[in-house]
Unconditional design. Structure first.
Length: 296
């Protein structure tokens, strides 16, 4: 069942958001004796802390994202939301601030990824460099499961901290991110079974549990290797996200300046910011400093 279809009807939907929230909330029965919400999936019953569920239901943006990701199809949005809640329960995501990561500093060095300032629209900017990753070396000090847990921690940090910081800075609600994915030096020999396993599960975690948070994804320093890899991995990226991906061939970085002011863009990407040298942003970027404080 599609709730509304046209742009005009979307406005009507927003006016009726409280009713929609109530419908979502009623998916979870309150167990008076346990004072917890419960969700029945098949033959299993899962209990959720009542405060966690109440806070989620107060989050208009969260409900928006799940509904819009399913084109306002209420039935499909129900299913997606329930699966997200089940994943959070089984994965203990609400306890992610207690997670410990062995060899975290070495992982960060082998897989450069950091937060860096904001776009012109106020979206936080995330930069990562999978082209510099040697997964075989990385897996000597960690596991695919731990890398996925670290990715989940980063997603939680983004939606709770980065979006909040950006909203305060801009004075309006911010709930999307602009990503720069640097594919410089990516090699075919590093694209192995373990890479596909990690990438597929990472994409599934993001799309299934944090929908509609992407503003744009800039793939930069792209070479012919990308075309080979994209044939395999594009099937795991949904159409809505694929439409937000901008591919920039090596040497073509000017389009980044359409979204990011030069002073907020690292020199290596055509900007004037010098706080990120040799993948080290935590001493200069306020965003990364905040992340490292929480992470450590």
């Amino acid at each position: 069942m599609t709730l509304y279809s046209s742009e005009y009807d979307k406005e009507l939907f927003l006016k009726n958001l409280e009713k929609v929230r109530k419908i979502f909330r009623n998916r979870y029965d309150i167990d008076v004796q346990e004072n917890k919400y419960k969700l029945i999936k098949g033959n299993e019953v899962y209990y959720y802390d009542s405060e966690i569920v109440k806070n989620l239901m107060k989050n208009n943006d969260l409900i928006h994202r799940f509904l819009f990701s399913k084109n306002l199809d209420l039935k499909e949005a129900y299913k997606m939301f329930d699966n997200m809640m089940l994943w959070r329960k089984l994965y203990e995501v609400d306890l992610c601030n207690t997670w410990k990561f062995k060899n975290y500093d070495n992982i960060k060095e082998l897989y450069p990824r950091y937060w860096h300032s904001y776009s012109k629209q106020g979206y936080p900017v995330c930069i990562e460099k999978p082209g510099e990753v040697n997964l075989n070396e990385l897996l000597k000090i960690t596991t695919i499961d731990d890398m996925l847990r670290l990715y989940t921690f980063d997603m939680e940090y983004m939606v709770h901290q980065e979006f909040n910081n950006a909203s305060i800075k801009t004075g309006r609600k911010i709930s999307k991110v602009l990503s720069i994915v640097d594919l410089n030096n990516i090699k075919v020999q590093n694209i192995n079974t373990e890479f596909y396993k990690y990438f597929k599960q990472m994409v599934q975690i993001g799309q299934n549990n944090y929908p509609e948070i992407t503003y744009k994804i800039y793939l930069v320093n792209v070479t012919g290797v990308f075309d080979f890899v994209w044939k395999f991995i594009s099937r795991w990226v949904n159409e809505r996200t694929r439409k937000k991906i901008i591919v920039l061939k090596k040497g073509n970085l000017e389009p980044l300046l359409e979204d990011i002011n030069p002073e907020n863009l690292p020199v290596e990407y055509g900007g004037r910011c010098t706080t990120c040298i040799n993948n080290d942003c935590e001493h200069g970027s306020e965003n990364e400093i905040n992340y490292q404080k929480i992470r450590k």
